[in-house]
Design a binder for this molecule. Sequence first.
Ligand SMILES: *[C@@H]1O[C@H](CO)[C@@H](O)[C@H](O)[C@H]1NC(C)=O
Ligand SMILES: *[C@@H]1O[C@H](CO)[C@@H](O)[C@H](O)[C@H]1NC(C)=O
Length: 504
Amino acid sequence: MKLAVLLCSILAVCHGANVKQTRTFPNYFVFGVGTAAYQIEGAWNEDGKGENIWDYMTHTNPSAIADLTNGDIACDSYHNYKRDVEMLRELGVSVYRFSVSWSRILPQGLSNYVNEAGIAYYNNLINELLKYNIQPMITIYHWDLPQRLQELGGFLNPLIAEWFEDYARIVFRSFGDRVKYFVTFNEPSEVCSGYGSLGKAPMLNETGFGDYLCAKNLLLAHARAYHLYNNEFRPTQGGVVGFIVSVGSTAPLSDSDEDKYAVELYAQATWGIYADPIYSKEGGFPKELVERVAAKSAAQGYSRSRLPDFTEEEKAFILGTSDFFGVNHYSGTYVSQSLYTSQHAIPSSLDDIEVGTYSPDEWLQSASWWFKLMPNSVYIFLKHIHARYPDVRIYITENGWSTREGIMDDERVDYYRSALEGVLDAIDEGVKVHGYLAWSLMDNFEWMAGYSERFGLYEVDYEDPNRTRTPRKSAFIYKNIMKTRLIDHEYEPESYVMTIDEGR
Ligand SMILES: *[C@@H]1O[C@H](CO)[C@@H](O)[C@H](O)[C@H]1NC(C)=O
Ligand SMILES: *[C@@H]1O[C@H](CO)[C@@H](O)[C@H](O)[C@H]1NC(C)=O
């Protein structure tokens, strides 16, 4: 209790909790929702699609997934995409972020053979969106690497930069006449955790090593795709290309200098490692992190740092290669040097920085083990990004809450309302947030948790072969926020029947 009061006053963790007035979202601010290919499409082997690392892992090692399921059918959006667009119209979004599946477009990973049926599927989806004035935002890579490229080393092979550039060229060439928002990578830390832990495909578990190699190669792959767009496509297509980093909120556990420094190191290790090379002034990996890992590696007897640094040329090649800061956010944590224990795997990123984290029991627990509600976390992380990179334009590209089944999702309603209050608080203080995309349009395959955790504004009935979608309470609340462009905390839906407001 005492700790909470102290933190309120020192850290502004409770900022904005009392004052509420009616504020509207600025005119330039866009609203939308997001999904990802493997989580919704299904049709895993239809019409020439190749196998990806999630197909391979869930088929060969089913117990990797909490409920032993997989994305073979998922929401069956490959067949239900018109219903998906109908839901977007019901909600009244202006942007829909979805990802394209590398192995649906290039079944063997490389660009010598393009699967025209895959291109046609995305063309149909894009054209359906544009018919209703919904702007597509394409994530080019959302975790589903073609299995063949994995067998060639995946993100540990530096050639990934060339393979990704070739794939991105086909995406820009096929869709860029109509699509004006592209994102190269979704959440590099989660992509690379597949190499540095057992937490994601391909479960390589090379802690404190595979994740660092992946980080370097992925950033170079991103930069190649960005320059490709800049040089070959932007002059005629005129869109923007961004990069999406996941950022958790952090607060020091105490007011000590050690804990404030622990927050900085934790930010460097969890997201600065991906963001600094692009958005910082000098480029390259964060300085203290580089020094830490080098010192630890030397002490552990390695002749080189486990974090491979960039050459000056590579730093310059990556610096500035994003037109906006895409950020996915869910929760946060207290960070402290005093919470470091040698229980972290050795080597590992958390061991390298020697800090620990703490989430109080009082924080509301979502359906996901990793996700508790940190009060005011949206405001906190937005201010943190702004302090680090003051000029960057921010889009929140994912934010949401997980529950079990059920249509009356008041926890999710509360989460969205307070998250969006945090956005308005940050805008009031000069943070350049230009959009918000809720995660997610509907329940979907939640990676290692399978279908046991639900993030949807629409509930999906997985027992029904049609994968019928039903709007939750939160869908009506979010619709009202988008329509009125303000957050009415008293608003209740008049009925639970969704309709499309024409002439939006
Ligand atoms: C994963 O790596 C950690 C740390 O290196 C190790 O302790 C653990 O046993 C590994 N797990 C498996 C299943 O290999
Ligand atoms: C599934 O969709 C088909 C075709 O629209 C329809 O005939 C059928 O009744 C639906 N089944 C369920 C269980 O809703």
